[in-house]
Design a protein around this ligand. Structure first.
Ligand SMILES: *Cc1c(COP(=O)(O)O)cnc(C)c1O
Ligand SMILES: [Zn+2]
Length: 390
């Protein structure tokens, strides 16, 4: 096995950087860097059949992941989560084909495991051992876990009203935790200061190029698990947007590998009405999103007022002819309870938001009852016990 990683490329100004040194964002325009691969050569070496015999983790796509030496992989068994039909909900909504990919069963109970497994592994390859991160909750738990697993140190900055499960998992793992009076972007400033002062590596969302490589494996898995034919639509609860950006990148790579055709799902982002900068930018047809003031939602993963990858999220929504909807927190709670009752799945509120999003998109005609629709549940409801009263 070998990785076909070749270089990094700025997603905005297209400047090329070496993949042999740790870079964060583009030094020319400060925008997001993507890892690029020699897909022509990879195509000769791997095939769906070859991949299908490998272990059921995200590392089965090793050739299209950025780690050169497999010994550097820091893993807790992340990825290859099931795609389950949700027929009871489908029946209720009179839909023909509804699925959910359940990321709640990942290590640390959210899909943040994918990104941080990749980022920590790549950092290990560079010989980095000390990390810092600002987090709305689940990224903190994942960084703490993968650092512990890799024998590394982490400094974590989170809002003080982050769900208690996130705070406890980080303190039990023994990371250096700072709770702040503010939001994830305020945490980001402190994290960056600390990183500069103490020479720590800051793994903020999309401010280093490898977390998105971990998250893109959701796109590879969706294709593989749906037999190399993508669904008509994907509904995704969007905070910083790494997941949607990662899946969109994966579909491109898969087409270049010749494993899927040019058909793409309509990509839909769902945000809470208490923090919906991407929805606003989508509706107003702007290239970037404005920072959201007074962000507030129980779905802590969606409480992200500024996303550095805003232009990439918006591009995926627009070029796929998808869209963006916001939902009320009240409805998020109702839908989370509904799917628990109907399907026995105790999902996170971010996942619950996609169900309300689905209902809105069916009502306004952006989706039809015959579409093959995939919802992403990004984490487990067990991490949010305090928001559920009965
Ligand atoms: C971080 C997070 C999100 C948002 O993910 P992005 O890919 O950054 O948009 C959604 N749900 C949960 C549970 C999260 O932890
Ligand atoms: Zn650039």
């Amino acid at each position: 096995m070998r990785s076909f990683l070749t270089h990094l490329e700025c997603t905005y100004c297209k400047t090329i950087f070496s993949a042999e040194k740790p870079y964060r964002t583009c030094s020319k325009c400060s925008k997001v860097l993507f890892a690029r691969y020699d897909i022509k050569s990879a195509k000769k070496e791997i095939s769906p059949a070859k991949i299908s015999t490998r272990n059921p983790t995200m590392w089965r796509y090793f050739e299209m992941l950025p780690i050169i030496n497999p010994d550097n992989i820091v893993t807790l068994g992340e990825g290859f989560t099931p795609i389950l039909p949700i027929n009871n909900l489908a029946k209720l909504l009179d839909c023909s084909s509804l699925f959910i990919k359940d990321e709640g069963i990942n290590p640390t109970s959210s899909f943040k495991a994918r990104g941080l497994s990749a980022a920590v592994s790549k950092a290990k390859e560079f010989g980095l051992t000390k990390f810092t991160i600002p987090s709305a909750g689940n990224a903190a738990g994942a960084l703490a876990a993968y650092c512990a697993r890799g024998g590394m140190k982490s400094d974590i900055f989170m809002p003080k009203d982050t769900p208690i499960a996130n705070i406890k998992e980080v303190s039990i793992i023994g990371s250096n935790l700072t709770l702040i009076d503010g939001l994830i972007n305020d945490a980001g400033k402190l994290s960056q200061e600390k990183a500069e002062k103490e020479n720590l590596f800051d793994v903020s969302t999309l401010k280093e190029p490898y977390r998105v490589e971990g998250k893109k494996t959701m796109g590879y898995e969706i294709a593989e698990q749906m037999n190399w034919e993508l669904p008509d639509a994907i509904i995704y609860p969007t905070g910083g947007g790494t997941g949607i950006i990662g899946m969109w990148k994966a579909f491109d790579e898969l087409e270049q590998l010749g494993w899927i055709d040019s058909k793409r799902p309509k990509m839909f982002c769902v945000q809470s009405s208490g923090c919906a900068p991407i929805v606003k930018a989508f509706v107003e047809k702007t290239e970037f999103a404005e920072p959201w003031q007074n962000a507030k939602t129980i779905a802590s993963g969606l409480r992200v007022p500024v996303a550095i990858g805003d232009y990439l999220i918006l591009d995926a929504l627009r070029s796929s002819k998808g869209g963006a909807v916001s939902v009320e927190d009240e409805d998020i709670l109702l839908e989370t309870k509904l799917i628990a009752e109907l399907e026995g799945m105790f999902i996170c509120p971010e996942g619950g938001a996609t169900i309300k999003g689905l209902k809105i998109l069916l009502d306004n005609g952006q989706l039809s009852k015959d579409d093959n629709i995939l919802l992403l549940n990004t984490g487990s409801g067990l991490k949010y016990l305090e928001i559920f009263n009965n």
